[in-house]
Design a binder for this molecule. Structure first.
Ligand SMILES: *Cc1c(COP(=O)(O)O)cnc(C)c1O
Length: 240
């Protein structure tokens, strides 16, 4: 099942790259493993997956301890400031920075450890009230502010598009995020790149790749549907 799912996602990414005249190497597939037990991540690992995305600090830290050290972990969920210290030295990239206060905490925790932390800025392109992220209007000033932090490196932008029946409806969202990143790149702010565009999930990653995504975050399409009730149980039992 996992093997077939991975093959299908890989094929769709390749086809989207081909349609857009892009090189497959420009797109990183992040296997979003939130709520899934360690044994399923291990199965994916054995099939060659090395990049996993998690949205909860405790879960990421637990899985980090239990799985091989050549895995690259991405924090894709909303991050509370008091939890930054638990994952800051475990993740390759934090996708979800959306406030100066959070950036300040990342800066000070990174400074303590003398490391540089790679982040993306989360943008709420669609303006959905239920979502985290900055509005496109707030973005330019925010980028300049965060780029001043010496232990943070802004690598690009992330967005979570609305859930829609037809993925075509999200094309303009992805196009907008790409345009925002181009506008920012043209300002040549120091200590910052706009190399990464993290956009596209199970329902719309093909469209996102066509619109320039350099990272797609695919959960259900790889691991199958999430069962939140049983994952709580698994989590409790795994602590014993
Ligand atoms: C859960 C999640 C995903 C993956 O969602 P699927 O629809 O299962 O692919 C991607 N990005 C973020 C931020 C998530 O929280």
């Amino acid at each position: 099942m996992l093997k077939e799912n991975l093959a299908l996602v890989e094929k769709e990414i390749q086809e989207a790259c081909k349609r857009a005249g892009r090189d497959r190497k420009e797109v990183m597939l992040i296997a979003v493993s939130k709520t899934k037990p360690v044994c399923e991540l291990k199965e994916a690992y054995d099939l060659g997956v090395r990049v996993f995305g998690e949205n909860k600090v405790q879960e990421l830290a637990d899985k980090y301890e239990k799985l091989p050290k050549d895995i690259h972990w991405h924090m894709i969920g909303h991050l509370q400031r008091n939890k930054v210290k638990y994952i800051i030295d475990k993740v390759d990239l934090i996708h979800s920075v959306d406030s100066i206060r959070l950036a300040e905490t990342i800066e000070s925790e990174a400074a303590k450890r003398n490391i540089t932390v790679n982040i993306l800025i989360e943008v709420n392109v669609a303006g959905e009230e239920s979502k985290f992220g900055l509005s496109p209007k707030e973005l330019p000033a925010f980028v300049e502010e965060v780029a001043k932090f010496p232990h943070i490196r802004v690598q690009g932008l992330m967005t979570i598009a609305p859930f829609v029946e037809d993925s075509e409806e999200n094309r303009r969202i992805f196009e907008s995020l790409r345009k925002l990143s181009v506008d920012i790149r043209e300002k040549n702010v120091d200590n910052m790149t706009m190399r990464v565009l993290s956009m596209g999930m199970t329902n719309d990653y093909s469209v996102a790749v066509e619109e320039g995504a350099t990272m797609v975050r695919v959960g259900t399409g790889i691991f199958g549907a999430r069962d939140y009730a049983s994952s709580v149980l698994t989590h409790l039992l795994s602590d014993k």
